[in-house]
Design a protein around this ligand. Sequence first.
Ligand SMILES: [Zn+2]
Ligand SMILES: [Zn+2]
Length: 217
Amino acid sequence: MISIKTFQFNILQVNTYVVWDETGEAAVIDPGCMYRGESEMLCSFIRDNGIKPRLLLNTHLHFDHVFGNPVIGEAFGLKAKAHKADLPWLTTLPQKIGVLGLSVEKVVDSIEPENFIDESSVMEFGNTEFEVLHIPGHSPGSLAFYCRKENTVFTGDALFRGSIGRTDFEDSDGPALISSINSKLMPMPDDTVVLPGHGPSSTIGFERNNNPYLYSY
Ligand SMILES: [Zn+2]
Ligand SMILES: [Zn+2]
């Protein structure tokens, strides 16, 4: 049985998820904490509840999803895991957000090549397993993490409640996004809980019946 705590962090209100099971072991997904207070809130929640993070996962490497990688990484001895195809987003981060005056070198260092993951990877902590699904389109390396036994999927910025991720970036691919959502997410059971990178949760059944973007290509 998993428990999930959701935080909304940074100016873009990224959903940061702490997911743990009965063993106390946990995955932290998309730590978006940008300000000291946000980092402290996340770390205190983990420590105060006796949670032991074993995985640090990024659904993709847009900057709003990775700000907190160094903080969580250093606090709990973890390196982030993400898909290789998004690496350019990380390596160009200093130029992209230099204007914000943030120190981003540590974010760039928070991922190492041996931590790249793809669909052949299975992410495990405690008694829990996440299947890794590649849902390219919003970014080339966008991933979803599917906890089959708990009927829950973390969709990053691929699928939102009633919407999908932006596809106006240079490396976006709208048709690929729609087709990967339709082929990999929509076959899941109706009551599968969708936990996206921004905004409220949903279910696969609700999206299949109501999401206006899904059959437009
Ligand atoms: Zn994004
Ligand atoms: Zn985002």
